[in-house]
Design a protein around this ligand. Structure first.
Ligand SMILES: [Fe+2]
Ligand SMILES: [Fe+2]
Length: 278
């Protein structure tokens, strides 16, 4: 059995004692181990929510980081205080590139705030652009190279190359794939590479239907035309109209509404505290 728990999200369930913040973290349990995917924006929320959910972060067997942005890596420093030493960390080779958001004419740093050197003292770093099997049947997608469809971009996100500001190519962005007997489960962090690009990449590399999609799909900035394309494509993936969608973080309320209108109860919000088993 595979169990997926949302530990951190922008939202929490009604009457929940969990805390919300702009960020995301998931816990994935299989018969072979426990994986943490992203750490939310702050250790404060990650540690509070896991304590409320009776989850011991010292039992995590591997960590994966979807991309460098602080709303996914901000809880890392506090996680290092409670995790096992030399835990494997799976991330892109481009994770440590400085990244910025342009706010009021200023470039604010929004990349990971721990250096590769510091992190390598505590964790066993597996940095790669190719897919990595972290637990049996639990993979990173590796870098999403082909991006023929729209991407999950923000015009404010950038990198500095030779002193010049450039749009962030989000080379570090990846998602996870969990192989189950019923099909593939996709878990996205922010999906800056683009949801449709990510799904096409997964279909090229992995066998089986896509059963469910979790996480941040960055459809918050999608135009109505982009949303219509996403709905059209998702409808071709599932036997019953769409994979099951458990969406949160940067998906956007408009996208969630449009997807719900298209696919009914196959679409659910996925606030912190959500637990799903397959
Ligand atoms: Fe991001
Ligand atoms: Fe994000």
């Amino acid at each position: 059995m595979i169990t997926i728990q949302c530990l951190v999200d922008n939202c929490v369930q009604h009457s929940s004692t969990l805390w919300g913040e702009h960020g995301v973290a998931f816990l994935i349990d299989t018969e072979d181990g426990r994986l943490l995917f992203d750490t939310g924006q702050s250790g404060t929320v990650l540690l509070h929510n896991t304590a409320q959910m009776n989850i011991d972060l010292g039992s995590v067997d591997a960590l994966a980081i979807s991309h460098a942005h602080l709303d996914h890596t901000g809880g890392l420093a506090d996680f290092l205080e409670v995790c096992r030493p030399n835990l494997p960390l799976y991330a892109s080779e481009d994770l440590f590139r400085p990244r910025y958001a342009q706010l009021k004419q200023e470039n604010r740093s929004i990349g990971i705030d721990i250096s590769q050197e510091e992190l390598s003292k505590c964790l066993n770093l597996h940095l790669s652009i190719t897919p990595a099997e972290m637990l049996p049947g639990v993979w990173t997608t590796g870098e999403i190279f082909q991006r023929t469809e729209f991407e999950g971009r923000s015009p404010r996100h950038g990198i500095i190359v030779d002193g010049e500001w450039q749009p962030d190519p989000y080379q570090d962005d990846f998602s996870l794939v969990v192989e189950t007997s019923q099909g593939l489960i996709v878990i996205c962090g922010c999906c800056h590479a683009g949801l449709l690009n990510t799904l096409a990449h997964i279909q090229r590399l992995f066998a089986g239907d896509i059963l469910a999609i979790f996480g941040g799909t960055h459809l918050s900035s999608a135009t109505p035309e982009m949303l219509a394309t996403a709905i059209e494509r998702l409808a071709t993936l599932g036997k019953q109209g769409s994979p099951r969608l458990y969406l949160n973080h940067c998906t956007g309320e408009g996208a969630l509404l449009a997807l719900s209108q298209a696919f009914g109860d196959r679409v659910r919000a996925c606030p912190a505290g959500t637990v799903m088993s397959f």
